[in-house]
Write a new protein. Structure first.
Length: 76
């Protein structure tokens, strides 16, 4: 069950990170020149890659924990 709580926390952090990236995108669109926007988009891409990996890891951990819980429940 700890895996589910840890994964839930990880998903909350990923959500916060996505909100920050959204803010960066909106700011970039309003306040930068084309050359700066390209550099900013490269940074956003790297951040999104890390967030996607975190989310996938959390989902996999939740799936594993739920499968384990289901197996334990069925054997009782």
């Amino acid at each position: 069950m700890t895996e589910i709580y840890d994964s839930n926390r990880q998903l909350k952090y990923a959500n916060d990170d996505l909100r920050a990236i959204r803010s960066m995108i909106l700011t970039t669109g309003d306040h930068t020149e084309y050359d700066n926007a390209y550099d900013t988009l490269k940074v956003i891409d790297k951040a999104l890659e890390a967030i996607i990996e975190d989310i996938q890891r959390a989902v996999n951990d939740i799936d594993t924990a739920l499968s384990k819980l289901k197996t334990e429940t069925e054997s009782v």
